[in-house]
Design a protein around this ligand. Sequence first.
Ligand SMILES: [Fe+2]
Length: 135
Amino acid sequence: MAFLTWSNSYSVGVQQFDAEHKQLFSIMNDVYEGMMAGKGKDVLQTVLEKLIRYTEQHFSSEEVAMTRTGYAELQSHVALHRAFTTKVKDFQTQYRAGAVALSVQLLDFLRDWLTNHIGGVDKRYTAHLNAKGVH
Ligand SMILES: [Fe+2]
């Protein structure tokens, strides 16, 4: 069974963002499977890098839509994105330096953050974006 499985309950009512969230789940599964399969650090670093890059792209597309449509909660939403990105990048730096290992705890943290974020703050923009014609 996959580490993370997308279901309709995660839908934020915007096709593009649902597709991006699915892709994030898929990359998370790659990280998890790579770790469980005992892949080498080079492989894990590559997939972690992919996860970070994709996360940043995705956050940016959400932020562009929220900005364009004058979303009232833009600032606080962006702050959450930044805090998460900073945390994961800090981990990446330490991981590269050999100071920490990729662990189930980290993966659990990423999964919990992502699913809580999607199910909580992301879903708060649904009505606003849909009303502005973003579906
Ligand atoms: Fe978000």
